[in-house]
Design a protein around this ligand. Structure first.
Ligand code: UDP
Ligand code: MG
Length: 162
């Protein structure tokens, strides 16, 4: 039993997910949050913020050479963004699966972008693309004390460890 729990703890990871201003304005918060929640991932932090342009540039620093960088940062800082941290086994990679391909034209039906977005510049959601970016993005958007450390009751039912 203990081994099972240790194995589960070792597999646990966190990712940064944000609903961008288009998703918030279109009233898609509950739809998107529900998909992560129903899957069995744990919500660790959530807040609605309007990032400054400077902050948006920090968030997207990896893309600063790309032609769309300036417009992207203007857009991210144009209104409220729902910033979240989700936790679970495989949540970084599987979160990206739930989100779908960057270009909604290439996202499969059943994914968030596939079902709810049409063009790449208004693809409604961001998700960390790997363990390092997840760590950096969580640190950029949240203070340590904003991260909830409580155990949630469903965990033993999601993972099977009692
Ligand atoms: N983006 C864009 N035009 C492009 C590629 C990307 O406007 O040709 C935007 C799009 O909103 C995307 C964001 O830049 O979500 C970040 O790009 P990235 O390649 O990191 O895609 P993501 O990780 O969001 O799927
Ligand atoms: Mg990305």
């Amino acid at each position: 039993m203990l081994q099972e729990q240790d194995a589960h703890a070792a597999e646990m990871e966190r990712t940064f997910i944000a609903i961008k201003p288009d998703g918030v304005q279109r009233g898609l918060i509950s739809e998107i949050v529900a998909r992560f929640e129903r899957k069995g991932f744990k919500l660790v932090a959530i807040k609605l913020v309007v990032p400054s342009k400077d902050f948006a540039q920090k968030h997207y620093h990896d893309l600063k050479e790309r032609p769309f960088f300036n417009g992207l940062c203007d857009f991210l800082s144009s209104g409220p963004v729902l910033a979240m941290v989700w936790e679970g086994e495989g949540v970084i990679k599987y979160g990206r699966k739930l989100i779908g391909a960057t270009d909604p034209q290439k996202s499969e039906p059943g994914t968030i972008r596939g079902d709810l977005a049409v063009v790449v510049g208004r693809n409604i959601i961001h998700g960390s693309d790997g363990p390092e970016t997840a760590k950096d993005e969580i640190k950029l958007w949240f203070k340590p004390e904003e991260l909830n450390t409580c155990t949630i009751n469903s965990e033993k039912w999601v993972y099977g460890a009692n």
